[in-house]
Write a protein that binds this ligand. Structure first.
Ligand SMILES: [Zn+2]
Ligand SMILES: [Zn+2]
Length: 434
């Protein structure tokens, strides 16, 4: 599945650099801090504006307009309408070198906001409950900072503002896959890519692990077709509701009995629809669900198991069934060598005790498509106010990230991009007297 050849080629550029502390010099580091202080009020305003005007996947028109206008005002080369509403900007550094990308997602979710923040969503039923307003603001802030230290940049930085991370509407393409198809990793060729996700842990902390850090996510729909009859004469029909209940229960044993417990997987049926009336034997039931898995072997095995369980149960009672199974996001993969190269940057910015390992999460992210093509570095950024009660989780109507995470996110993204480029241009060794 993963494109090993492409990775190897890119790693030739990126992972052979010496592993060390942050590569950026102290003067540039100080300048970054000063620039962040300057942009902070504006970027908080922008974040609140985006939060108030959330837009669903592939419909990020106003967000994209705002992002493109800001990037254009910085003098970057800006391309709009990439993968429908995506925006891509290129910052050419003052010195020659390779290109790295910083990626943010821009879409919101169909959730009615329940927080009481003064910049609450003004779009009924739509909310930035996954923190993509924060991601967009961080990437935009990084562009605002980096443009002011352009002369120090040894290569190029591409800013990717991607639509539809949460999934394009049915029958539409979108998200990272379409961005790649439309050439976002080319012209100039991007050698490595960075992304982050807000995480309901303390501000000031980041979480990172190499290997698969998020699961692959698949969607499926099962249709069970029986035969309707009077509710009081079940023997004359084939009850699709009873069979659906059997199927839901039996599918749980796919994970608990047929999958290696040390290789995590999740199977959730999130939606059931069927029947017409209380006293009619249901003819048809539709079940919709998601499968999450980390390994290629489980991703291959689980659909076959689902199919055989559904067929076995329905056939035993004379019903028919169909399974529509679609793989969507592959697991998010942090390449170990590239991760080792860049981890010191996180530690250098936040401190050793603030960068923590995280076991793979069974949520998914379409950043995985980029990381299949080139070395990717994806980490989680704490956004919980320290000392307060547990933060509302992602996708909750009460999700309310602490905005102090934004300047910190900008700082991390700036240093990651600069260090990645710097490490390709290691300074000439000091002449030795020995
Ligand atoms: Zn989400
Ligand atoms: Zn998200």
């Amino acid at each position: 599945m993963r494109n090993r050849t492409a990775l190897a080629v890119c790693l030739g550029l990126f992972a052979l650099a010496p592993i060390g502390l942050m590569a950026v010099d102290a003067k540039t580091s100080l300048k970054i801090d000063q620039e962040i202080e300057k942009v902070r009020p504006e970027i908080i305003k922008i974040r609140r504006f985006i939060h108030m005007s959330p837009e669903l996947s592939n419909r990020e028109y106003e967000t994209a307009k705002l992002v493109a206008a800001k990037l254009t005002s910085l003098g970057l080369e800006v391309k709009t309408g990439v993968a429908r509403t995506g925006v891509v900007a290129l910052l050419r550094g003052g010195q020659p070198g390779p290109t790295v990308a910083l990626r943010a997602d821009m879409d919101a979710l169909p959730i009615q906001e329940a927080t009481s923040v003064p910049f609450k969503s003004l779009n009924p039923g739509v909310m930035h409950a996954c923190g993509h307003d924060v991601h967009t603001s961080i990437a935009l802030g990084a562009a605002m900072v980096l443009v002011n230290i352009k002369d120090k940049i040894k290569g190029n930085i591409k800013f990717i503002f991607q639509p539809a991370e949460e999934g394009a509407p049915q029958d539409e393409e979108g998200g990272a896959e379409l961005m790649i198809k439309e050439g976002v990793l080319e012209n100039p060729t991007v050698g490595a890519i960075f992304g982050l996700h807000v995480w309901p842990e303390n501000v000031g902390q980041a979480y990172f692990s190499t290997g698969n850090i998020m699961a692959g996510a698949d969607w499926f729909e099962i249709q069970i077709k029986g035969r309707s009859a009077h509710g009081a004469r079940p023997h004359e029909g084939i009850d699709a509701v009873v069979l659906a209940a059997e199927v839901v229960t039996a599918l749980q044993t796919v994970i608990s009995r047929a999958i290696d417990p040390t290789d995590p997987a999740v199977l959730t049926i999130g939606k059931i629809e069927g029947g017409t009336r209380s006293n009619i034997i249901a003819e048809k039931v539709t079940l919709e669900g998601t499968v999450r898995a980390l390994s290629d072997s489980n991703r291959k095995k689980i659909p076959q198991l689902i199919e055989s369980v559904v067929k076995g149960i329905t056939q035993a009672f004379g019903a028919t069934s169909s399974l529509d199974y679609r793989q969507s996001n592959p697991p998010v993969f942090n390449h170990p060598e590239f991760g080792e190269t860049m981890l010191p940057t996180l530690v250098g910015v936040l401190g050793k005790d603030k960068v923590l390992p995280l076991p793979p999460q069974m949520v998914a992210e379409d950043f995985s498509f980029y990381a299949q093509k080139i070395p990717g570095f994806y980490f989680f950024l704490g956004v919980k106010t320290p000392g307060q009660a547990p933060a509302a989780p992602l996708h909750s109507s009460n999700f309310n990230p602490d905005e102090r995470s934004i300047p910190l996110g900008i700082k991390l993204m700036c240093h990651l991009a600069l260090d990645a480029l710097e490490k390709q241009n290691p300074p000439e060794p000091e002449p030795s007297n020995l």
